[in-house]
Design a protein around this ligand. Sequence first.
Ligand SMILES: [Zn+2]
Ligand SMILES: [Zn+2]
Length: 257
Amino acid sequence: MQLVDSHCHINFPDFDGRIPEILQNAANNDISHLLCISTSWENQSDVIALAENHPEIFASVGKHPTTAGGHEPNADELIAAANHPRVVAIGETGLDYFRSEGDLAWQHERFHAHITAAKACKKPLIIHTRAASEDTMNTLRNRNASEAGGVMHCFAEDWDVAKQALDIGFYISFSGIVTFKSAKSVQEVAMKAPLDRILVETDSPYLAPVPHRGKMNEPAFVRHTAEYVAEARGISLEELAAATTKNFFDLFSFAKA
Ligand SMILES: [Zn+2]
Ligand SMILES: [Zn+2]
């Protein structure tokens, strides 16, 4: 059996000095690959270095919608950075009205630059959306993001938003949130979304799934999320793992197993 953690932040200081242990824990739980996600122009060199030093790790380049300060990459700079052979995706990017307020024109411009870059280099988008699903989906549609494809990461919306994402060819990735008792609408999506369009992720160090809720998350725990989704759908963990791993390599076609 093979699982992929499609979204983690093991470059964060939380994991300093623990990378060998974290990768061993992941391997012990049948996690064959991880996608480590950049959140700023400054930390993407650490993310890429992890991918250069570990064949099981892939990288993305991008600036998170709520990252403040630092260099603001334009589309050309994102395209140049994405040219690295271990970079398989653009992001995370999107809109977040929960942690940012006021005039958010800058956040929209940042999002637009990432979509332009993804379309140009044909590497898919990792989309983060929080309290902003309507504008996020309108932007993806209006800017023809389907030319690049992508995934709605750490999905926390309802079936209506899921349907809109599926309609433009995007994938839906479930994090530990789906295992939380209160997450009824996300659980509904986990049951209804087509098996060939779903992924699993940790978003570690955040959002550890049950039974580790409240503790620091790590890629090995994606197995709990996969087990939950498999059970919700009435299929085996092996079947869910095979499907989500195939979906990962279908979507991130620059990632070679
Ligand atoms: Zn995110
Ligand atoms: Zn993230």
